[in-house]
Design a protein around this ligand. Structure first.
Ligand SMILES: [Fe+2]
Length: 288
């Protein structure tokens, strides 16, 4: 049974304004960003970077908010933890959301904490009914404190967790159905899992929950020891762009965000990617 607050949150996500083509904010390009203000439609900030922040960091956040539509992206909510949500962490997140008032916010469909221990990375959930129930319980807890709509992101996983009762498209679809959350589709993650796990994306494409799509991430990865890694340290590949184009043609979306964390190039190269992403939105009648 989905709580009324969650139903309201879903409606709010699907009715949110289209934010356009933006970028994940990194302090290293702050000056370049403001020098090119008109070429970036929106920003995504990493929520965790502003918890317990200095007055200078909070001032930075307020400055960004004054100039750009902003969505918040969390790293450590651990929405799939069987032990439940860390209340202190949730409280910090809630205060940030109150400050930003974003149209939606996002987290990864994974767990980062088990048995009270921070495991230090985004760990994949088993694709089971039990895991769906855990996520649904945790989302209900979260949305009692944060009424802004939560959307969940598909992650990469090199190893398939044993005991799966379904595949990833079915698991994600059922999680979103049970929680009422929207979908942050990371097309690079979709592509990465398909390559590493030898999955035929064409065969499964229609089984992903396109009716829940709210936001997209795209990024460049890197090969390491025969495995494709979602390293966010290189330009978006042609294969990921092709998948991006296909997704934009397939379903309406509210915002698309370039993720680049390492080996930052000249800002002009990031702007080219943001423009490329925007051009596809326009061609498909999704923006402007
Ligand atoms: Fe992502």
């Amino acid at each position: 049974m989905i709580a009324a607050a969650v139903v309201a949150a879903v409606a709010a996500a699907t009715e949110a304004p289209v934010l356009g083509s933006g970028i994940g904010y990194r302090p290293a390009f702050r000056a370049d960003l403001f020098a090119n203000r008109s070429r970036v439609d929106c920003l995504e900030v990493i929520a965790d970077h502003y918890f317990d922040a200095s007055p200078e960091k909070i001032a930075e956040l307020d400055l960004l908010r004054a100039h750009f539509p902003i969505v918040a992206h969390g790293l450590d909510l651990s929405i799939g933890s069987a032990e439940g949500i860390d209340c202190a962490y949730l409280e910090k997140f809630a205060r940030l959301i109150e400050r930003l008032e974003p149209p939606w916010w996002s987290e990864h469909l994974c767990f980062t904490r088990a048995g009270g221990v921070d495991i230090g990375h985004l760990a994949a959930l088993p694709y089971t009914r039990e895991a769906i129930d855990v996520v649904a319980r945790n989302v209900e807890t979260v949305q009692k404190r944060i009424s802004a709509p939560l959307i969940l992101e598909n992650i990469t996983t090199v190893v398939r967790v044993p005991g799966a009762e379904m595949d990833e498209p079915e698991f994600l679809s059922r999680v979103l159905e049970a929680t009422g959350c929207g979908w942050l589709c990371d097309v690079a993650n979709l592509y990465t899992n398909a390559v590493n796990q030898n999955i035929d994306l064409d065969a499964t494409f229609e089984r992903w929950p396109w009716n829940r799509l709210v936001q997209i991430h795209y990024a460049g990865g890197r090969w390491r020891d025969g495995v494709l890694i979602d390293s966010h340290d290189s330009p978006t590949s042609e294969a990921v762009w092709a998948l991006y184009d296909r997704v934009i043609a397939r379903a309406p979306v509210k915002g698309v965000i370039l993720e680049r964390d390492e080996r930052l190039p000249r800002f002009a190269e990031l702007l080219d990617e943001v423009a490329h992403a925007r051009a596809t939105l326009r061609e498909c009648g999704r923006w402007g």
